[in-house]
Unconditional design. Sequence first.
Length: 245
Amino acid sequence: MTGAQPTEIRVSEIFGPTIQGEGVLIGLPTVFVRTGGCDYRCSWCDSLHAVESRFRDEWRAMSTEEVWREVTRLSGGKPLMVSLSGGNPAIQPFGELIGCGHGQGYRFALETQGSVARDWFADLDVLVLSPKPPSSGMETDWEAFDACLRASEGKPQTVLKIVVFDEADYDYARSAAARYPHLPVYLQPGNHTPPPADAHDAPIDIDGIMARMRWLVDRVAEDRWFEARVLPQLHVLIWGNRRGV
Ligand code: SF4
């Protein structure tokens, strides 16, 4: 995407340091910058407070400097991985923040569904592309997805991360992985008990998620799909549906 962009970043929350709970950076200490607003509405979204426009009043339009000040305050000025998430963080102007952080030794990872390409993707350290499977109720625009890959110019470490709830999602994950054989693929069992939008914590069915995890491991092993990595959401195992951890 090119042309004039807004300079303020719409922020839902900035928190940490904590650990990255998912995918390729699992377990790594990080500060999260969660942006407000998303062009998708996945049926099982676990971050609706950063998606639904009725929470707009809770989001803050922050300058790059303000975001940066908060990140460095939380990290105690010691460089670490900054995780840009959302909502869809790709719809926010992050280019300047990434440049500023790199100058001080920070690294940046962004996770997006791959619906909006930005030229600053090439400046990221890690790009997690997470196309949404059929259970989300969304349809993947593969042309937009390909544009995200082109925008990254092959510079960041780029991986696929796909949430799997059922057989249809699993088939989707297999075909997405076949489409991009050069990308490492991470599979994650879905949380069928995501928190309601206005809850800071909510009951969660860990046993059900673990049953899905076991099914997914069996499925991958059965298929001899040895390139796939299967991981649960670590933060969900530790803190359940609690927000801001
Ligand atoms: S793309 Fe992500 S943030 Fe947006 S609705 Fe789907 S799960 Fe939620």
